[in-house]
Design a protein around this ligand. Structure first.
Ligand code: SF4
Length: 73
């Protein structure tokens, strides 16, 4: 099981692409330039956290699967 449940708030996402740049196997941009989760296990935990933290509008939500705690934003 991946360590984080990852969700993208697509209303808030405006396609800056920081997430996909930092973790290109985890995040991608779809045809309307909104972020999608490609593979929650596509990078190590720290890379996923830093990609989520880099979103300028905090559109990426990370929940620690083990604790149920939201760790981002
Ligand atoms: S960094 Fe944020 S705004 Fe940019 S594509 Fe990713 S989720 Fe969307």
């Amino acid at each position: 099981m991946p360590p984080f449940r990852i969700a993208v708030d697509r209303e808030t996402c405006y396609g800056a692409g920081e997430c996909a740049l930092r973790a290109p196997r985890v995040f991608g941009l779809d045809e309307v330039k909104k972020a999608v989760v490609l593979d929650p296990r596509g990078a190590d935990d720290e890379t996923v956290r830093s990609a989520a933290a880099a979103c300028p509008v905090a559109a990426i939500v990370l929940v620690d699967v083990a604790t149920g705690r939201q760790v981002q934003p």
